[in-house]
Design a protein around this ligand. Sequence first.
Ligand code: FES
Length: 172
Amino acid sequence: MARATEAFVGEENITRRRLLNFVGWGSFAAFFGGITLASLRFFFPRILYEPLQEFVAGRPEDYQIGEVSTRMLKEQRVWVVRNERGIFTLVAICTHLGCTPIWHPAEDRIKCPCHGSNFLRDGQNVAGPAPVPLYRAAISLDFAGNIVVDKGRKENLLEKRDQPPFFLPLQA
Ligand code: FES
């Protein structure tokens, strides 16, 4: 009768008691091992390190009055625009679905190749499906006179975008 309760594993035969012992302690170890690993994992969170939102975009004299500069476009995805009153930036992300629009100097327009949105050089949306103007990033001068752009702070409301910190007044 005792032999009927024996199970055979490989070459060895073990009793039901030993098997249950093994399974029980194995489950116990797996459970607490899992909890321990999960607790340790807590101390090493998965963090997505994004590029810095703030960057230096040269000096005011690097930009000519009337220019829509693409010098920061590839690296930072912004245009730097200078007019008679000062400098501002336009974030090159279409406000429709996020494509990168293209500056067309001959037409004095920023056009999105995805669905045809058109923006004026001040970022105002004038055609296509984009529902709101392009955003402007905050812009200022540091102590050394360099232009500092902060893409972490953006604005596109008409009553705010032409004011500091989204517009840097300069003397012509
Ligand atoms: S993403 Fe620019 S028009 Fe659609």
